[in-house]
Write a protein that binds this ligand. Structure first.
Ligand SMILES: C[S@@+](CC[C@H](N)C(=O)[O-])C[C@H]1O[C@@H](n2cnc3c(N)ncnc32)[C@H](O)[C@@H]1O
Length: 313
């Protein structure tokens, strides 16, 4: 972030989860995958070739180069595993509805991609017809703005659309806080699941405050989930030796309950819609991963992906 550690310390609640700056960038972890493989879908390839103008023969090398640059910013599993080229938002069952809403002429719907990382979901929306003026990204790491431009080669076409901020920073200096109450749609893909229950609840409250209070304002997203919900205490190599970090993996039921509690606390009536991704699809993917020697390392057969919308009534 642009602010100094001292400024952060004074402006952020002491219980705010911090993203460890000293985390190792070693590539000797299971989620730093050597090859992009099936994560590069025809849609991902098409986006890079058509929107970014990358020659077909250079697409894979380009992905590896940008993945390593992004790894240096922060070694997220979604970066190591090439999730960023799977274009997660476009896999959402309500993606087409969102696209239609963004494309309505003069509707001036504003979307914030929170935890945007390389900004792939925004670029996919643009490639599918959404007006770029409707779209913003925000992330804790300001370095992702340049990394996203390098990935999509669109610095000349998609600029001044990045808000560097910590979601948990409620101070008036926060560029994100200045936008409170203005967003029609907030996208959170693979965001909440990196935090424990309490931190997720705080994030959801912040997100509701950023959202416009108008009926129909919506949070849309996806994240890892499980049919056996609970706190997971991470062990090395997922955290550094001696480091303590816990995250909460939701089921459909716990995710719904969390948002119900948040809505009640904030006095906002919400419609909460949550589904797991297709079971048959998921089993097929697990088999494919096994066949390629890429067994999943975060959870067992109870693992799912969860898609949701949370809409202001
Ligand atoms: C697991 S990654 C997912 C990135 C992207 N949405 C995707 O689907 O590929 C989570 C992202 O959220 C950002 N993030 C995490 N905590 C944040 C915070 N407190 N404020 C703002 N961004 C945060 C991270 O820097 C990272 O880019």
């Amino acid at each position: 972030m642009a602010t100094t550690e001292a400024a952060q310390a004074s402006s952020i609640d002491t219980a705010t989860p911090r993203l460890g700056q000293n985390i190792s960038r070693t590539k000797a972890v299971p989620w730093y995958q050597p090859e992009v493989g099936s994560s590069l879908t025809p849609a991902g390839r098409q986006l890079l070739e058509t929107y970014s103008g990358i020659p077909a023969s250079e697409v894979e090398d380009h992905i590896y180069k940008i993945r390593d640059a992004a790894w240096e910013i922060f070694p997220w599993p979604c970066v190591g595993e090439f999730w960023f080229i799977s274009l997660g938002l476009s896999l959402h069952p309500r993606y087409q509805d969102l696209l239609t809403r963004l494309c309505v002429k003069d509707a001036s719907t504003k979307l914030l991609d929170l935890g945007t990382c390389l900004g792939q979901d925004l670029r996919k929306l643009i490639a599918d017809g959404a007006p770029s003026e409707a779209l913003w990204g925000s992330d804790y790491f300001e370095e992702y703005e340049a990394a996203g431009h390098a990935f999509f080669r669109d610095a000349d076409r998609f600029h001044h659309r990045f808000i560097a901020a910590d979601l948990y920073d409620e101070s008036q200096e926060s560029a994100l806080q200045k936008t409170a109450g203005t967003w029609d749609v907030i996208n959170i893909i693979m965001f909440l699941h990196i935090y424990d229950w309490n931190a997720q609840v705080r994030a959801c409250k912040r997100i509701l405050k950023l959202l416009s209070p108008e009926k129909g304002s919506m949070v849309i997203g996806a994240q890892s989930a499980t049919t056996e919900p609970g706190e997971i205490r991470l062990k090395p190599p997922m955290v550094a030796e001696g480091e303590e970090k816990t995250l909460y993996r939701h089921s459909l039921e716990t995710f719904t309950r969390m948002w119900e509690e948040v809505g009640k606390d904030q006095g906002v009536k919400l419609d909460i819609w949550v589904v797991y991704d297709d079971e048959a699809d998921w089993k097929l993917r697990v088999e494919e991963e096994k066949a390629r020697g890429r067994d999943r390392f975060f959870a067992g057969p109870t693992q799912r992906r969860l898609f949701f919308t949370v809409t202001v009534l």
